[in-house]
Design a protein around this ligand. Structure first.
Ligand code: GLA
Length: 729
């Protein structure tokens, strides 16, 4: 059991292989204090770290100092409005308009395994993988129960947290804020790490010192977003890939989120993560409960690299699901950059035929196959095949593609509705809208009001009908605009504040239905590229389209930011045509292949329109994928160099779990004159074993490669790349 309660001390200790997390109960009132989180410790009494004796702080002893106590005590799950002037983790409004809430210890339960979160994605684990503590807090005045869930994993330095709030009183309550995790820590000059970006340039790392006052990242766009990311880490000064302490938080949720630090007068820092309180207000009837999503905490005292590998292991084993969880994915060719809206049965079959000859395994028909959709101005919601384009129908097309020996995949954007669609003409009230305000369009589309079950049912049936009609083995689920003008015609006034979250719950419900009815379908989520790349979506789809930007150089940084948290097996990556459609940059075809190899791998081009030389390279790339993908999918990932930091070259490495093989990818971004070779230091090898680089005679000891390094000679030309494959001999 990795969790224990020491009755005499009234202390809870959660242990993972390399970390400990301690909380303690103080005073007869039952304040729960955060004592410690960090490197693994033995069983010492650490209550002195709560500093309750430093000043006349203990409220039971000196009630005059109650506020001073509340304002400095490291509260495990702080309430609001009662003397702790830092921001609270939970806010509640009563019918009478009062807003004070103070949850205190009531009881607890410890058991092996991990409960599911009703209606929400979450990591999972069996009784042999993890243990759970349910810490029940109680506000006696409100008759409000807040159950804090902590799960400690036995083989990974991971603790997950979530909160379930229940109204046990006789009147309705309005929950206006509920963070999934709060932590009061001493600020040991931490840096705050967050990921930011925009469309086509997602997830770039930002690092800045944790300051006094509040710093936050968050999304109020209705999705986790291209712009911000539900990730926040506190890292020791100087923490690098290989060294230093880091505390990382990742939110298993796909909607609005807030991740915040608050440095205060005593140099402590309160860290919080949860659903963004912006426009959030959830009405809780007597007896009703609200389940807040899960936050994952990863601790590493071996730098960001170890943090990354812990996330990868956790998500590969305890988040991804379904048939493709561990399986190699078919190499696909997506019609989007190959044809955009301009295709029909003949052109698709021609494309598939040529692709099949080159070894590509699946044709994906992207946007443009339904309703009257010949550009992006119409037909979302009309999920019926456009037989003018697809003469012979969908089944005919799919059968023909199957006869070529290829699988078939299809694109949907189920959450949206075009004003120019039969669905909208029939149900104009099905779009999210605020009465009296004109519809606010993005890409000429509106968002369906998924808080209404009839809308969810109708859309599910439309999509499922298509999927039932032919042998479809892959679905790309897109979402091409963010949410605003939040209003539902169906919700009463005091429930409009539930809309953002109800929307996300409905997306999960739709994907749950789809994955249950069609377990053989490989689902890939997407949102204008990587606008909803988060662990919530990964629970339903084992891969997500990483970015609309397929330029090999831009992808280096996008994939670096993504792979900081998410396994390579989940990163949608394709080789596309050049000049790149977004940037106009031309990179060598081989380099585009090396970069896409670090993800799911596929193509996004018309094989007939690329040069003979590039086309000839496809069978080689297909062979390369088949040779290395097991390693890429299952191995340990090491970031050896980032071109954003060194402005010159990028390098990463994947090592098999048994350390017998390893693949290094080296990309020289810009060529420079008059330079010597670069030295790269491998990681994760067995120091005293011999390794041989494929194509070379000599062998190297693992320690030589790790501490002596390898020399990478300058290559002729910009954007050149190379792979180095080593095997233990
Ligand atoms: C989004 C996706 C693209 C493509 C288009 C189709 O932008 O990210 O890959 O599917 O939509 O409209």
């Amino acid at each position: 059991m990795s969790i224990c309660y020491r009755t005499e001390e009234r202390v809870f200790q959660l242990d993972t292989p390399g970390s400990s997390y301690l909380m303690g109960l103080v005073d007869e009132e039952g304040f729960v204090g955060h004592i410690y989180y960090g490197r693994k410790l033995g069983g010492d009494d650490l209550r002195y770290l709560l500093r309750t004796e430093e000043r006349p702080f203990v409220p039971g002893k000196n009630n005059r100092e109650r506020n001073a106590f509340l304002d400095s005590f490291p509260m495990e799950y702080p309430g609001s409005g009662s003397g702790d002037y830092r921001e609270g983790a939970i806010e509640v409004r009563t019918r009478g308009g009062h807003q004070v809430v103070m949850p205190l210890y009531r009881s607890h339960k410890i058991y092996p395994g991990k409960p599911e979160l009703p209606g929400l994605p979450a990591t999972f684990g069996g009784e042999e993988d993890c243990d759970t503590l349910e810490l029940v807090l109680w506000d006696q005045v409100l008759k409000l129960e807040a159950v804090l869930y902590y799960t400690a994993f036995r083989k990974l330095d991971v603790i997950t947290r979530s909160v379930r709030v229940r109204n046990q009183g006789g009147e309705e309550l309005y929950l206006t804020k509920v963070m999934s995790v709060a932590m009061d820590m001493d600020n040991r000059e931490y840096d705050m790490l967050t990921l930011h970006g925009g469309w086509a340039r997602e997830r770039k790392l930002q690092r800045c010192p944790v300051a006094l006052g509040k710093q936050s990242t968050g999304s109020i766009r209705g999705e986790s977003s291209h712009q911000e990311h539900p990730f926040l880490a506190l890292a020791e000064k100087g923490c690098s890939q290989k060294q230093g302490e880091v505390y990382a938080l990742n939110f298993v949720y796909s909607g609005n989120f807030l991740a915040q630090t608050e440095g205060n007068q005593f140099d402590s820092v309160r860290v919080m993560m949860g659903i963004h309180p912006h426009q959030f207000c959830w009405r809780l009837e007597p007896g009703e409960q609200f389940q807040a999503p899960e936050a994952v905490l990863v601790y590493s005292c071996q730098g960001l690299g170890k943090m990354t590998r812990t996330f990868h292991d956790l998500y590969r084993s305890h988040l991804l699901r379904g048939e493709y969880k561990e399986k190699k994915r078919p190499i696909l060719l997506n019609s989007w950059e190959a044809a955009y809206f301009d295709f029909n049965t003949d052109t698709l079959l021609k494309l598939a035929g040529q692709a099949a000859e080159l070894g590509i395994e699946m044709l994906v028909m992207d946007d443009g196959w339904f309703g009257r959709r010949n550009d992006d101005n119409s037909s979302l919601g009309d999920w019926e095949v456009n037989e003018e384009k697809l003469s012979g129908g969908l089944k005919y097309l799919v059968d023909q593609v199957n006869q070529l020996g290829m699988k078939f995949g299809i694109w949907f954007e189920p959450e949206m509705i075009s004003p120019d669609s039969d669905l909208f003409r029939e149900h104009p009230d099905w779009a999210l809208q605020v009465p009296g305000r004109g519809p606010s369009l993005t890409r000429n589309q509106l968002v369906l009001d998924l808080s209404r079950s009839e809308v969810v049912d109708c859309i599910y049936e439309k999509v499922a009908k298509v999927l039932r009609s032919a042998n479809i083995e892959y679905v790309k689920w897109d979402m091409n605009r963010q949410l605003n003008d939040m209003g539902s015609i169906a919700l009463p006034p005091d429930r409009q504040g539930e809309l953002y979250h109800r929307y996300v719950l409905a997306v999960y419900e739709l994907q749950r239905r789809m994955t249950e009815e069609f377990p053989h379908i490989l689902l890939e989520n997407c949102s204008g590229g990587g606008g909803r790349y988060d662990p919530g979506m990964l629970y339903y789809s084992p891969q997500i389209w990483c970015s609309d930007d397929t330029d090999a150089v831009e992808r280096l940084s996008i994939q670096e930011g993504t792979a900081m948290i998410y396994p390579l097996s989940a990163m949608g990556a394709h080789v596309s045509d050049c000049p790149n459609h977004i940037l106009g940059r031309t990179t060598p075809f081989a380099t585009r292949g090396y970069v896409a190899l670090a993800g799911t791998f596929g193509y996004e081009l018309d094989v007939a329109r690329i040069s003979e030389a590039d086309r000839a390279m496809i069978p080689e790339q297909v062979a390369m994928y088949h040779k290395y993908n097991d390693l890429v999918r299952q191995g340990d990932y090491y970031r050896l160099a980032s071109y954003q930091e060194n402005h010159g070259y990028d390098c990463w490495q994947v090592v098999s779990k048994d350390r017998t093989e390893c693949l290094v990818t080296y990309i020289q971004v810009l060529s420079r004159p008059n330079v010597r070779s670069r030295r790269i230091f491998l990681e994760g090898l067995a120091p005293d074993r011999q390794y041989q680089i494929e194509g070379e005679e000599r062998t190297y000891r693992g320690d030589t490669l790790m501490y002596g390094g390898l020399l990478m000679k300058p290559m002729q030309g910009d954007f050149q790349g190379t792979l180095i494959y080593l095997k233990m001999v």
